[in-house]
Design a protein around this ligand. Structure first.
Ligand code: AKG
Length: 273
């Protein structure tokens, strides 16, 4: 295995819960994936809706290839070990002045895993900076474990469909802007507090966040099918996608909408309030 992260970088990730910038895509790869995303939007006739932004890797081949990119997996392997499942993925795209934001939250709160062995790679398909609403984190906040959340940030402008928000105030002085160039990524811990501001610039901010989990982890809420991206799954707790997606476009969109419908329903039954 190529080891993209130094020991110091792995140590910094474990201490602060965030590591960036990490090289992810070459110029040619970036052009390829950005082109595929733009073609996806052209086929849709608009930027993807919330449902179309969820788990695109299960339905669209370009997104599957990005979620299982070997350079990304090499870095993830240094954090969670050699057996890697793609747990889920989301497009987080903000367009100039569209007002969208992400409320302060921990992924660990809604994922409810029995151990925090999940890391997210946030891959920048465009520049991601303060003006266009880059991700922001509270370094070291993962060290305190899971915090209380409420649904107080429900808004059609919140890219978190749940509207979840951490139940304590985040102080500006404790935050860090995760500024990335296109083709770079950040890695964040499942319990680090993070969010982002609206895009006040003239440029889009395009991010693809992929969550990777070790197969030994157990989860209470109903997960979507995972992808065995590297190594082995000896525990068998998670259902796997059998093969890379090979849908026609219209079928992919319909299947994606159906999965969103089923998971929303399953979560409603599991937690009716
Ligand atoms: O894209 C953003 O601004 C936030 C992303 C996020 O919440 C995540 O990747 O967990």
């Amino acid at each position: 295995m190529h080891r993209p992260l130094s020991e110091q970088e792995v140590g910094a990730y474990r201490r602060s819960g965030i590591l960036f910038p990490v090289f992810a895509l070459s110029k040619a790869e970036l052009a390829n994936f950005r082109g595929a995303y733009e073609q996806f939007c052209e086929q849709l006739g608009s930027p993807p809706s919330a449902a179309q932004s969820r788990n695109p890797h299960l339905f669209h081949r370009w997104a599957y290839d990005l979620a299982t990119h070997p350079r990304v997996l090499d870095a993830v392997e240094q954090i969670i070990g050699p057996n890697i499942l793609v747990h889920h993925a989301s497009l987080f795209c903000k367009y100039p002045h569209d007002g969208t934001f992400v409320s302060w939250h921990q992924d660990g709160y809604y994922l409810d895993l029995n151990e925090p062995l999940l890391v997210s790679a946030w891959i920048a398909l465009s520049e991601s900076n303060v003006a266009n609403g880059c991700m922001r984190v509270v370094p070291e906040s993962h060290l305190n474990g899971r915090a209380k959340h409420s649904n107080s940030a429900s808004s059609e402008k919140n890219l978190l469909p749940s509207g979840l928000e951490i139940a304590c105030e985040v102080q500006e002085r404790d935050t860090l802007d995760v500024v990335l160039r296109a083709g770079e990524m950040s890695l964040h811990h499942v319990n680090v507090v993070h969010g982002s501001n609206p895009n006040h610039s003239a440029e889009p901010r395009l991010g693809f966040a992929v969550r990777y989990v070790a197969p030994s982890v157990r989860q209470a809420v109903v997960p979507v099918p995972t992808v065995l991206a590297r190594g082995r799954d000896e525990e068998g707790y998670f259902e796997h996608l059998e093969s890379p997606p090979a849908y026609r476009f219209a079928e992919a969109i319909a299947a994606q909408a159906e999965l969103v419908r089923r998971t929303t329903e399953a979560r409603r039954i599991a937690s009716p309030t």
